[in-house]
Every structure is written in C-alpha cells, then in structure tokens.
Design a binder for this molecule. Sequence first.
Ligand SMILES: Nc1ncnc2c1ncn2[C@@H]1O[C@H](COP(=O)(O)OP(=O)(O)OP(=O)(O)O)[C@@H](O)[C@H]1O
Length: 316
Amino acid sequence: MYILIVNPIAGNGKSMKVYKKLQRHPLFKEKDCRTFFTKYEGHGTELARQLSQMYGEKMKCFIIVGGDGTVHEVINGLTHHSSIHLSYIPAGSGNDFARGLHLKGKPVKLFEQIIQSPEYKPYWFGRFSTKLKKPYNFKLFSSSMGFGFDAEVAKLVNRSRFKSVANRIGLGTLGYVISLLKQLFQFQPKNIDVILDGQFYSIKEAWMVTVASHPYFGGGMKIAPGAKNNPHDFHVVIVSQISKWKILALFFTVFFGKHTKLKEVQVYQARSIEIFADEGIYYHADGQTGRCTHCIIQKHENKYDVHQGKIGSGNP
Ligand SMILES: Nc1ncnc2c1ncn2[C@@H]1O[C@H](COP(=O)(O)OP(=O)(O)OP(=O)(O)O)[C@@H](O)[C@H]1O
C-alpha cells in the first residue's frame, strides 16, 4: 500500500492537476494507493503522524505531492518514524527539495519510478530549535534554513499575490524575485552572532545567514553551490556588509552559484550551528517563516530513505 499526502493548494492548484493525472494511472488502483489531502496549515504534520502510527509496516512509502512547505510539514510528523520510506512528487512553486534530490521528469514518470523501480537512498534532514532551554522540541527541515533577508523575502513571498500570478504562468521563481526586489529597499541589516562547531563569529551588518543541506533555495537559486546532503555537515553561507546594489548583483549571480566569489560572501561547513540576535530576526525553514532571537541547528541523528534521482545523495 502507498499513501499519498496531497496539498491541494500547492503551486496554486498545480498539485491537484498532478494528482488527477496520477489517479488516472493504472498503477494507482493496482498498487492500492490511498490519498489524504491536507486541509489547513500544519495538517501535513498531523496526517503524517497519524498515518504512520496507523499503517506503519503495512505501508510501502509516503508519496508527498506538493511543494517544499508540504515536505516540511510531512517530515515533521515523522520525527520518530525514520524507517518509513519517503517519495516526493514536486507540484509546488519552488520545489527546491526535488532539485536537491536530483529528481527529473514529469510527475507521472516519477510516480512510475516510485512504484516500479524506486531508488531509495539515505537522506539526512537538519533539525532546529528556537528555544533557549531544554526541552528543545526540535523540528526538522529538508532543504535549508535562513536568517535575515532571505527569511523576510520568504515571508513576503508566502503572503504575496505575485506568487499565485507567477505560478499561473508557470514561473514559480518570478514570485520570489519580485518579493526580493520589494524587500531590498526595506531591509535593515542586523548584527548577528554565529557559533559554528564551537567557533564564534560576530557578524556586523549581516544580510543573511543560510544553512543548507543542498545547493538550492527560493525556487532554483544555487545559494550553497557546493553543498551535498551528508550525515556530517551543512554549508553555511553568510552575507554581510554589502551594498543594496551589490545584493541585487548577488541575486543575479546566485542562479549560477557564482555569488560565492564576492568578498562579502563567506561559506563555511559546520555540523552544529547556533545563532543569536539581540532583537528578534525572521527565519525560514524550507520557506516556512518565523521569528526568533536564538536558534540551534544540528544534523538529525537518523537517516531517512528517500527516493532520489541517479546522482542523489547516499554516498557520504
Ligand atoms: N488545504 C489547505 N489550505 C490552506 N493551506 C494549506 C492547505 N494544505 C496545506 N496548506 C499550506 O500550504 C502552504 C504552501 O504549501 P507548499 O509550500 O507545499 O506549496 P508552494 O508554496 O506552492 O510550494 P513551494 O514551497 O515549493 O514554493 C503550506 O505552508 C501549508 O501549510
């Protein structure tokens, strides 16, 4: 049995079109595929938790149909169920997790692959907590976390009308770029302290601190070009003391991963990251936003079996 968790509003309704195609496929009935739709924000986590408890071993895998936010919610329902196999059919606006997994091809082809010749390989999620004291109640993230400018852009993207217009014309990234331009003139850089594997850095006029499990964010921008998912570390990209015009240049070069050549951009590798900001700063985890003054980020101790493309991770 396969369980599909479908977010009907992901990609401004694209996920429903994708789902209808899957539903018409002969393998859908033949292989006992059961579908559950998310009904509200956060429902993906509840569904994943309940269904994994209910079906456990009887289930071959969860097939997530939606965008990065849906993946984020589902994995957070599986924090104690790392033995469950996961597959992802991208149908959102950004779909950066799919890029990170090197998933290629149309949704129906991916569905056939998942059922007929799945390539489950280990994937290591990150975990984070914005609490200052134990119990930390860690949450998982699949692709990246960002603090500062990218988080404020993500907040604007999630609220904006541009996103749905851009989605309708098949340009998911456009919504991000428009929000970015809007935010560029409002954003005030912040002083942020960062501890990377015990090493302290005081970042003056920080624009963003991004922690990445693979290269992509914002719908295909290669923010951490060298990042490969592995059990040991993340890539941490820090941008500080940069002019607004140069930030603009950065976001043009980021599509090719060339921004790391700028002197205002530093790239580190770290397993354990701690962030401190005197005043509250915005953060995002896989594009889902919040506000904090402190955050701990670590590799989750468990690996998950995730269907990946030919050159996906799995060889740490
Ligand atoms: N039925 C629903 N009604 C309203 N919101 C929902 C529903 N189901 C899920 N959500 C919310 O929809 C949001 C967007 O989902 P998702 O991120 O998967 O799509 P997207 O934003 O189009 O794609 P991406 O994150 O890849 O850009 C999630 O934050 C989730 O909480």
